[in-house]
Design a protein around this ligand. Structure first.
Ligand code: NAD
Length: 292
């Protein structure tokens, strides 16, 4: 069994990006610039945006965080987005989700310039991804592809089961694993809350990708010997003995499932660090696009 070390791999990729930035600087050109709009004070979102800011500094990007209050009107948020769309200094930006209830998430995401949409959530990018055209790939699925690629895990002709069909993880992951590409070319089953016989379906999987948000959901009796197990879940589970009062757990019962898996991602330290790193990669790609 091999543990897919997302921390190690993301450090390697960040070093590669930093080298690219160094070359850009040596040519006296503008370094990539990522901006993030984060509405309100949600602690999980704040911590995620801070980790993006740290990653930008680590690779040598410029980083801007815009943090309007949760009471911002939809109209004012839209004008912030339009400003970033026009700003030639910004290569890419993200709008951290979730947004407050009074703001229409889809309407807002649609207004991001697709060429600056480094999260890859705009229908233009999502559609291009489904059509095998070059596009920004959402960072978490992009990170999973990169782990599969760099650990040289074969996917062609394999049965891939994705649990969860969210627009940011499960759905794009299922599309990417079925694309005519490497990684890809696998036979994909997408499962969700209404799936019947989930255990039976999982037992047929060579590659299992779990993204549902339920701690320890995937148990060893659902996993075939030698399967590749990718755990996307990040769940805070209360633990009085832990310093912060909680521990982070994935959607996979790691200690038991690892005995059956050929490759497995831990939580933390698996998919999570790859996500932020692939956002950096998308920002570098956006900058290259704008230079052409
Ligand atoms: P979501 O809540 O948007 O979607 C969950 C999906 O899981 C839904 O499609 C639902 O039908 C399915 N589901 C829920 N319970 C199920 C069950 N019992 N059986 C089968 N399917 C079930 O979630 P999301 O945004 O995709 O996030 C999923 C998890 O991944 C969360 O823990 C989240 O924190 C984590 N996440 C991690 C990263 C990362 O970088 N590691 C990125 C995004 C999300």
């Amino acid at each position: 069994m091999t543990i897919l070390d997302g921390r190690k791999m993301s450090n390697i990729i960040k070093d590669e990006i930093a080298q690219e930035v160094q070359k850009i600087k040596e040519k006296g050109e503008k370094v990539p610039h990522l901006a993030a709009i984060i509405v309100g004070e949600d602690p999980a979102s704040q911590s995620y945006v801070r980790s993006k800011d740290r990653a930008c500094k680590r690779v040598g990007f410029e980083s801007t965080i815009i943090n309007p209050p949760a009471t911002i009107s939809e109209e004012d948020l839209i004008s912030q987005i339009e400003k970033l769309n026009r700003d030639k200094n910004i290569d890419g930006f993200i709008v951290q989700l979730p947004l407050p209830d009074h703001i229409d998430e889809q309407k807002v995401l649609m207004l991001i310039d697709p060429d600056k949409d480094v999260d890859g959530f705009h229908p233009m990018n999502f559609g291009k991804m489904a059509l095998d055209l070059p596009s920004f790939i959402p960072a978490t699925p992009f990170g999973i592809l990169e782990l599969l690629k760099r650990y040289e895990i074969p996917t062609q002709g394999k049965n891939t089961v994705v649990i969860g069909r969210s627009h940011i993880v499960g759905r794009p992951m299922s599309i990417l694993m079925s694309r005519k590409d490497n990684p890809g070319n696998s036979t994909v089953t997408v499962t969700h809350r209404h799936t019947k016989n989930l255990k039976e379906i999982c037992l047929n999987a060579d590659i299992l990708i779990v993204a549902i948000g339920s701690a320890d959901f995937l148990t060893e009796d659902m996993v075939k010997d030698g399967a590749v197990v990718i755990d996307v879940g990040i769940n805070r589970v209360e633990d009085a003995n832990a310093k912060r009062g909680y521990v982070l757990k994935g959607d996979v019962d790691f200690e038991k499932v690892k005995k059956k898996a050929s490759f497995i991602t831990p939580v933390p330290g698996g998919v999570g660090p790859m996500t932020v790193t692939m956002l950096m990669k998308n920002t570098l790609l956006a900058r290259q696009k704008h230079q052409k």
